[in-house]
Ligand binder design. Structure first.
Ligand code: ATP
Ligand code: MG
Length: 454
């Protein structure tokens, strides 16, 4: 049985005393009936927005043009939306105008899926369920309210929402609803990149997103939203559990932690360019040379197209660019330091998380990798020894080189500093001011200034 969350009763009482009704609606009712943890509590009322504004002390007209007011009650925000009918869609994206109604049933009728079309009356906990969402929850089904063809032509975002809810709730999509989705899939291009991104982000936060991408493919949505992923279908690669690049990428996503959006995107896209880089040698061997760099570029294009923040785009691309490292026990300490310098000490942990996801995508198993643990230990040593691993750690800086040796601030300065870093990565003992000035001077005279004059 469902019970009414505590603070809702005094809120409902305020509306009732003014002659209005109050319902809990949307995801909260669905999650309560399904026995899931409830997140945000959205309320609906027949009171007009202006009246709601007057009845509560602390209010924010957060979505007043759609009839939504946020009230702050005992320090917590609640959205209260006046019953609406939204029948007039013209561009398949947004209703032209909102109309209010006094009927909760009418308000529920404009919603997307039966499981989202229930209301719980407050305070007496009576369930209003005109589309039998309860049975669909029992049968674990996402079903459009009313005529699915109509619902998807009104609003194409519902295509993504159907897949996302199926994934989040571990439900199936009811066959009629699903075939309507397949027919209406091309309409997704009318939806803004930001809204598609937000749905993908929610999908990637579920325990096993791979199923969601398989569903997107079956619904003909993947070819609109992430067509690059489809290129991997049928492109074989060596793996015991994933027959092709497509399945390998999907499994890799499952292998990354749900709370790490960045690692999940990196896992999904780390081999995205393999199909384009595939080549066969004379002896018949297949290789994918350069796929790391090209995958990083394609990943950056995809994530920018989806309007993800620059920071995320660059971080994911960086991890993908470096994902092909091949650690061997024989690596010298200098090789470990060069690896750390190349990747960046602050990004090593994430790169190892991507490697773990990649390995899961090949083996289907989450097993501690001995070699990676050893690399991890050796990197810890590098950090403890506090050896220089970036130009900022050098015992000299650009200004020293300018004043002591006379190198003008220029691109050459960068070249000299990089040479010094390489030298110190090879032999940390050289990271002393006098030694570095000596080395820099010789390098600059012999390799940069000298050859130019000659
Ligand atoms: P979540 O757990 O993701 O918040 P939710 O069901 O609460 O799930 P919201 O996006 O918060 O989803 O929307 C609240 C309610 O509004 C939904 O349950 C649904 O009834 C309705 N709704 C939201 N978006 C649409 C839409 N595009 N078309 C029809 N109804 C919608
Ligand atoms: Mg919600």
């Amino acid at each position: 049985m469902v019970h009414v969350p505590g603070p809702l009763k005094p809120i409902a009482a305020i509306l009732q005393n003014a002659g209005y009704r109050c319902y809990l609606v949307g995801g909260a009712v669905r999650d309560m009936v399904a026995g899931r943890r409830v997140t945000d509590l959205d309320l609906a009322t027949d009171a007009p927005p202006q009246t709601v504004m007057k009845l509560f002390r602390r209010v924010i007209p957060s979505g007043i043009e759609h009839g939504t007011v946020t009230i702050l009650f005992k320090g917590k925000p609640y959205e209260i939306t006046t019953f609406r009918t939204e029948r007039e869609y013209h561009d398949g994206r947004r209703p032209q105008q909102v109309e209010f109604t006094a009927s909760i049933e009418e308000d529920l009728g404009r919603r997307d899926f039966t499981v989202n079309g229930m209301a719980l009356e407050i305070p007496d906990a009576r369930l209003i369920d005109p589309f039998d969402g309860r049975s669909d929850i029992k049968r674990r089904l996402i079903r459009a309210i009313g005529d699915p063809e109509e619902r998807f032509s009104e609003d194409s975002l519902r295509l993504m929402r159907a897949v996302r809810f199926a994934l989040q709730l571990d439900f199936s999509i009811e066959p009629r609803t699903f075939s309507a989705m397949q027919r209406h899939a091309p309409g997704i291009t009318r939806v803004s990149a930001e809204r598609i991104r937000d749905e993908l982000t929610r999908m990637l936060a579920t325990p096993q997103p791979a199923d969601g991408f398989r569903l997107l493919r079956q619904a003909a949505l993947l070819e609109q939203v992430l067509p690059e992923l489809l290129e991997g279908i049928g492109v074989e690669q060596d793996s015991a559990v994933a027959p092709d690049v497509f399945e390998h990428l999907l499994l890799s996503v499952n292998g990354a932690a749900a709370e790490r959006l960045d690692i999940r995107w990196a896992a999904l896209l780390h081999d995205i360019a393999k199909p384009r880089c595939r080549a066969t040698l004379e002896n018949g061997a297949v290789h994918f040379h350069g796929h790391d760099e090209m995958s990083a570029q394609i990943a950056a294009d995809i994530l920018s197209r989806l309007r993800y923040p620059r920071r995320l785009v660059e971080h994911v691309a960086h991890l993908i660019r470096h994902h092909m490292f091949d650690y061997q026990r024989q690596w010298s300490d200098a090789a470990v330091r060069r690896f750390v310098a190349r990747v960046g000490i602050d990004k090593i942990d994430d790169l190892l998380l991507l490697r773990a996801a990649d390995t899961f995508g090949k083996t289907g198993r989450r097993r501690a990798d001995q070699q990676i643990s050893e690399l991890r230990r050796r990197i810890d040593v590098v950090q403890q020894e506090q050896h220089a691993i970036s130009i900022a750690d050098l015992a000299v800086n650009g200004s020293d080189l300018q004043h002591e040796i006379g190198i003008p601030p220029s691109r050459d300065m960068g070249t000299v500093l990089r040479f010094l870093l390489e030298t110190v990565l090879e032999d940390p003992a050289l990271n002393q001011r006098e030694r570095l000035l000596e080395i820099a001077e010789r390098f600059y005279r012999e390799r940069i200034a000298g050859p130019r004059q000659a």
